[in-house]
Design a protein around this ligand. Structure first.
Ligand code: 3HC
Length: 738
């Protein structure tokens, strides 16, 4: 039996039902059945006058066990995360007796919410998804300030399925409910109280006592007995509500045109407003049943676990090490990268000293940090009132003497290996013995920085791909000598910075760079052969990448892209011998960076961008340098074929990364591709997606292209081997997946 609930009846006539399925009290079939049995018992027993539902060990419930959702996956790559044991999904979604609406209507609505005894939810820790939906059906909710409440179902390609689409809008109003549901936004107890989602706040130790009194007060008519499903006082008038829903639809289609489930969810919410909540509950149950079988759900559930597991590194995180406290950081270099790292750190409440060579550069670095924070305010990621306080966490310095007390240094200067070696020599002599010494470079082999240092166990790479305060990933690059404690510390720091950590072995080029280079090179090669640059970006964005390859190159900056290119041709042989000349052709006139706001696109500073009108001239110039000619066959490529031609080389490079054992598990590359390169999460990540197409199909395409367009497309041994052994779908399947 996987979890259950306990029923305990007090002398005061209040029964406490405790959900117990550690560690998060997830809602398994067993938990739900036990909750239903105990609820029915409490209703039958004469000695029970009111009921409190709570969760054991300070955790209300993390919601449904999401391994129940999505279909069983197949993988030809090692370490993909689907397990075989997910047979209970139908029982969980539909119900014991195979009826739609069994849990949501027959139990939650018609037994729990319709009970003739008051039910109060006592919430501490997470009350998420189905967990919160059970609480919403209770007649009042008491929570701690730090409890975390939300309906994050859309994250998994489904929708709230225990009545959340109906009860939340009726408790907090449609506007706030849409924000919480469509953006999977979580709120803490205090905020939940402010918006009417919970009725009272209590300390953790008094939680059940207060909830108990509250339940008795409801019984004695001293507090309202609220049936959320039929409340209307918080709902906006119907015409206004319909406008909001239409606006949400338009926004959702714009942001995620390939995703169906947000639109289904909006329809279900609307059904409740137009035809009443009960009709909508049926629609919700049906929608959940259908959506949970979709490929989107399968990919998103896979991705959830892949992301969770990047911080589990065999041989390191299983050693029982405790992360050490880190309070003060030093960043060496106040350029674009250094200032963005400093911004990311102070936004996570760390104190930072930003070191530069002279006063002018130091002030410019601090100014960049300020501008980054102001951008956050403009994008409503930071409250304006907090800006000055956060900025005050960052101090400029000119001497290493100020590094005597820091816990970690991040070197972020552009420069050659000897400059970095000099910096690390200084760090070693000025920083305290516990201090972690890191380099944010991903292009210089850390062993070269390391080689003359005494404390090689403290040296590590911290690669924030692009701008650290914007990108949600932190690549932790370890050498043979890096101590496990340093990795454990960095995993904790990454978590506090809300970055998904991906731990990789030191090599030339991090895992994300290894995937980025073929992404950009394939696109530029197509352009040199005559394919329209902006058409490529459009096709790739329509596939779901956050940015097409050209927007991405502008974002990363030409200087970084060129440095990567040089590094790749040096280290990865024939694959990268003949790289595109497009950036070099443009670089004589343009530096895509913060000042010019120019690259393949022209940026107006307000996140609007338009094609660069001079691009044809640069393409012609690149073509004449490289000697490539127009290829009319390539110019006829469909969007689908364009996407394949750009992303299959990325799959190939990801396979090389696996072959080189740079990452410990294939799923880490899925996470790196999504969080670092903007690969669509709902396709599960680059390897997961490749798996759905089948390595045989990908390999055969690459082989064909390599005959015409050279070794850049040649499948690596790892991919070729899997293609010959495994067959996960031929061309027909591949086509339908794109
Ligand atoms: C029909 C309904 O409307 C549908 C639903 O209810 S959908 C489910 C909604 N619930 C969620 O999305 C919760 C997702 N979980 C989380 O956000 C976080 O785990 C949390 C905030 C609850 C707790 O965080 P934290 O204390 O750091 O614990 P965390 O390490 O994440 O999780 C502990 C373990 O539970 C697993 N887990 C967490 N939530 C899970 C879930 N909903 N299903 C299955 N496993 C889950 C984690 O993978 C982890 O497993 P591991 O020990 O093997 O690595």
């Amino acid at each position: 039996m996987k979890g259950k609930t306990y029923l305990e009846v007090g002398a005061d006539g209040v029964a406490i039902i405790t959900i117990n399925n550690p560690p998060l009290n997830l809602l398994s079939v067993d938990v739900l059945l036990s909750l239903k049995n105990n609820t029915e018992q409490a209703l039958l027993r004469d000695d029970v006058k009111a009921v409190v539902i709570t969760g054991s060990k300070g955790k209300f419930s993390g919601g449904f066990d999401v391994t129940a959702f999505g279909k069983k996956g197949l993988s030809c790559f090692p370490s993909n995360l689907y397990d075989e044991a997910r047979t209970t999904q139908l029982e969980l979604i539909i119900g014991k007796h195979g009826k739609l609406g069994f849990w949501s209507i027959e139990f939650v609505t018609d037994i729990l919410e319709a009970a003739r005894k008051p039910f109060v939810a006592a919430i501490d820790g997470p009350a998420l998804g189905g967990g919160l939906e059970i609480a919403l059906a209770c007649h009042a909710r008491i929570s701690t300030s730090s409890a975390v409440l939300g309906l994050p179902e859309l994250r998994y390609g489904i929708l709230p399925g225990l009545g959340g689409t109906q009860r939340l809008p009726r408790l907090v109003g449609l506007r706030k409910a849409l924000e919480m549901i469509l953006m999977s936004k979580l709120v803490n107890g205090d905020n939940a109280r402010g918006m009417g989602l919970v009725d009272g706040i209590s300390s953790a130790d008094l939680l059940t006592t207060i909830a108990r009194h509250w339940a008795k007060d409801i019984l004695a008519h001293r507090r309202p007995w609220t049936v959320s499903l039929y409340r209307t006082d918080w709902l906006e008038p119907l015409p206004e509500a319909k406008m909001m829903l239409e606006h949400a639809r338009v926004k959702s289609k714009k942001q995620a045109p390939n995703l169906k489930h947000p639109l289904v969810c909006i329809d279900v919410i609307e059904e409740g407003l137009v035809h009443g909540p009960r009709a909508a509950l049926w629609k919700e149950s049906k929608a959940l049943h259908e959506l949970q079988q979709s490929d989107t759900c399968r990919s998103l559930v896979y991705f959830f676990f892949a992301q969770q597991r990047t911080s589990k590194v065999p041989g390191i995180t299983d050693m029982g090490l405790i992360p050490r406290k880190a309070n003060t950081f030093a960043v060496v270099g106040g350029g674009i990268l250094g200032s963005s790292i400093a911004t990311a750190l102070i936004l996570s409440n760390y104190s930072v000293i930003l070191k530069e060579l002279d006063e002018k550069a130091m002030l410019a670095g601090i100014e960049r940090v300020k501008v980054n924070l102001q951008d956050h305010v403009k994008q409503r990621k930071l409250a304006e009132v907090k800006l000055d306080k956060i900025l005050s966490l960052c101090k400029g310095v000119l001497h290493y003497e100020d590094f005597r007390e820091v816990d970690m240094v991040i070197e972020a200067v552009s420069g050659n290996i000897s400059l970095k070696q000099r910096i690390f020599a200084e760090l070693e002599s000025y920083c305290p013995p516990h201090c972690i010494l890191s380099s944010s470079t991903s292009m210089i082999n850390l062993n070269l920085i390391n080689e003359r240092r005494n404390f090689q166990n403290r040296i590590v790479g911290t690669h924030f791909f692009g701008q650290a305060h914007l990108v949600p990933v932190l690549e932790i690059i370890r050498t043979e000598k890096t101590s496990p404690q340093v990795i454990v510390d960095l995993l904790a720091i990454g978590k506090k910075m809300r970055k998904t950590p991906v731990v990789v072995h030191n090599s030339s080029g991090s895992a994300i760079n290894r995937m980025f280079i073929p992404y950009s090179q394939a696109a530029m090669m197509l352009v040199e052969h005559g394919v329209d640059l902006y058409q490529i970006d459009q096709a790739v964005a329509a596939f779901g990448m956050t940015m097409g390859p050209f927007r991405m190159m502008d974002f990363v900056g030409f200087e970084v892209a060129t440095a990567m290119k040089v590094q790749f041709s040096k280290n990865f042989g024939e694959r990268f011998n003949e790289l595109s000349k497009l950036i070099s052709a443009m670089q004589e006139d343009i530096q895509a960076d913060e000042t010019t706001r120019k690259g393949f696109y022209i940026y107006d500073g307000e996140s609007k961008f338009t094609p660069n009108p001079d691009i044809k001239m640069y393409v012609n110039k690149a073509r004449s340098i490289s000697g490539l000619s127009i290829d009319y066959e390539l110019m006829q490529l469909s969007d689908e074929e364009t996407v394949e031609m750009i992303l299959f080389p990325v799959v190939n490079e990801a396979c090389c990364v696996l072959e080189d054992k740079i990452v410990v598990k294939a799923s880490d590359l899925d996470v790196a591709s999504v969080t670092g390169m903007g690969f669509p999460e709902y396709r599960g990540g680059i390897i997961f997606w490749a798996d759905t197409l089948g390595p045989k199909y990908i390999c055969s395409k690459l082989e064909k292209w390599s005959k015409t367009y050279g070794p850049f497309f040649k499948p690596c041994a790892y991919l070729a081997e899997r293609a010959s052994k495994e067959s996960l779908g031929g061309e027909g399947q591949a086509k339908s997946q794109l």
